[in-house]
Design a protein. Structure first.
Length: 257
């Protein structure tokens, strides 16, 4: 079973890229972030024609998450991250597929800092840490995946000294990520490739992709029941080189049935 995450940076504007990638790689489950489309503008017909059923939480111009499945319609278990009834941003969607609970998230960027966007990011992170405790109590395998907007360590960024004061690499943010990991989650990429340079995002400027000057900010976190089933993981690096593509690359894991 192949599960992928992909920040598409606009599901309608990048639809040809998304459909091409789905046709070429055929993941079984896909978590999408940054749809940048309201619910009624989600391209359900095209996704269905590609062989996937979907659930989604859209938002006009910003945010938005979706879960696609080749195993029928995902069984939705949570819409929105609990902990703040006034939070209207579309950033978390969760479903059960083939006995696996999959949480798809788009964690806030947090820039510029200091300021309300950075405060919102840290508060959202605390809510995620709290909610993840509930997921860890489940007896079934669980995955949390998506664009975390977190660079965990220096190996996960080209020239880390340039990112010290960025909200993706600030000490507070990395500490929050480690706090989440320490609750009992496993970073799938680092489980299999503890020291390899792997990037999932390349800026559109300064030929970042051509220079391999990237960041690793899209992650798969696995609960203890899921870890023994992890067989493989990687990125579809070449997709970043396609015309009119997202600035993120798809990231995937393969797990035993």
């Amino acid at each position: 079973m192949k599960i992928a995450t992909y920040n598409v940076n606009g599901v309608n504007g990048r639809l040809p890229v998304l459909l091409r990638w789905l046709a070429e790689t055929k993941p079984d489950v896909v978590c999408l972030q940054e749809l940048k489309a309201p619910d009624e503008k989600f391209p359900e017909a095209a996704i269905l024609e590609a062989g996937y059923q979907a659930i989604w939480q859209g938002q006009k111009s910003w945010n938005g998450v979706a879960i696609l499945s080749r195993f029928g319609k995902p069984e939705e278990t949570q819409r929105g991250l609990p902990g703040d009834d006034e939070d209207i941003q579309s950033r978390y969607l969760e479903a059960t597929i083939n006995g696996i609970t999959i949480g798809c998230l788009y964690l806030p960027n947090g820039n510029p800092l200091p300021g309300p966007k950075f405060d919102y990011k840290l508060a959202w992170f605390e809510r995620l840490i709290t909610y993840s405790g509930k997921l860890l109590k489940a007896e079934n395998p669980v995955i949390i995946t998506g664009d975390f907007n977190v660079i965990p360590t220096e190996i996960d960024v080209y020239k880390p000294e340039r990112w010290v004061n960025d909200a993706l690499f600030r000490t507070e943010v990395r500490e929050a990520f480690n706090k989440l990991i320490d609750k009992g989650w496993t970073d799938a990429i680092r489980k299999l490739y503890p020291e390899e340079v792997i990037y999932t995002f390349f800026d559109y400027f300064r030929n970042a992709y051509g220079r391999n000057a990237g960041l690793r900010i899209d992650h798969f976190l696995l609960n203890p029941q899921m870890v023994p089933r992890l067989n493989n993981a990687g990125t579809d690096h070449n997709v970043r080189g396609w015309e009119k593509t997202s600035d993120h690359v798809p990231v995937w894991i393969e797990v035993a049935d």
